[in-house]
Ligand binder design. Structure first.
Ligand code: AMP
Length: 263
């Protein structure tokens, strides 16, 4: 199955070496060493790039499928462009082929000492596996969690929601110190506190399920950063109100989640 999909994407990017790094229901993600038009790109990493490919879905009518693929790819690229304009850390788009569902983008993050990509999830896991509890909750971890909270806050303050906010979709750059967001396949523009609260809840649950021992501490630090950016001078116009509305809604979303688990 994957071979067939790799052959399909290879047809659209001939002679480009592709290494598959992830296969999800919606898209395949490849690493490549080739930039489509520059030998000296000014990116964080100018040796590796990412190609995200939305393959045709055989269970959809071909015409409908082509239209969905095109509009989702355009939507994701637009979202990333807007993030770049706002200075919200995310990979830059290098090039895109909308009809074929391809986005060529900047490669962010690096490898952890254990070889895994430096996502927030992998990094926290890596620290936990070292067996030194103090390192799991030290100032460095607090700073990263605060910055993640600020990053999400900045996103929400601009009425943008991620839609799939897990700790795998947050990559750490600059020596695992600076977070950046990835995967905007389900992202949207919304000013609704409900949508923002669901984003926060999804991340809260992801942290709880993957880092249960320190989850409460990590989540408190995330919310601390989220609050800080809402109360900053930059957002003094409506930051405080937006913060109150979203956090109030988060309480409701948590309650709904608890009721659902009981049922
Ligand atoms: P996605 O389908 O966009 O969630 O990507 C799946 C996986 O590919 C992520 O969990 C990352 O490990 C990796 N990935 C996606 N985009 C990038 C990127 N811009 N830089 C580095 N790794 C990425």
């Amino acid at each position: 199955m994957t071979d067939h999909l790799v052959a399909t994407v290879q047809k659209h990017v001939p002679n480009i070496p592709l290494k598959i790094i992830s296969q999800g229901a919606e898209a395949l993600v490849f690493e490549t060493t080739i930039h489509p038009y520059s030998t000296t790109p000014s990116l964080h990493n100018n040796k590796q790039f990412i190609i995200k490919f939305r393959p045709p879905k055989p269970y959809r009518h071909p015409k409908i499928d082509a239209s969905i693929t095109k509009s989702r790819t355009i939507g994701e690229v637009k979202f990333i462009y807007k993030l770049e304009k706002l200075g919200i850390a995310a990979p830059s788009v290098i090039s895109a082929d909308f009809p074929n569902g391809i986005i060529w983008m900047e490669h962010l993050g690096s490898s952890l000492p254990d070889g895994n990509i430096s996502s927030l999830k992998n990094w926290l896991w890596y620290l936990e596996k070292q067996g030194d509890v103090t390192k799991c909750v030290d100032e460095r971890v607090k700073s990263v969690c605060n910055l993640v909270g600020e990053l999400i806050g900045r996103l929400h303050l601009n009425d943008m929601v991620h839609g799939d906010l897990t700790s795998s979709n947050i990559l750490l750059t600059d020596d695992y110190k600076v977070p950046a967001l990835i995967d905007f396949g389900l992202s949207s523009f919304s000013n609704l506190p409900e949508d923002k609260a669901v984003d926060l809840y999804v991340l809260e649950r992801a942290i709880l399920s993957t880092h249960s021992v320190f989850a409460d501490t990590y989540n408190a630090w995330l919310l601390e950063g989220y609050e800080t950016i809402h109360h900053s001078v930059e957002f003094k116009k409506d930051g405080k109100v937006k913060y109150k509305d979203t956090i109030r809604r988060l309480e409701d979303v948590r309650l709904r989640g608890r009721k659902r688990s009981l049922i």
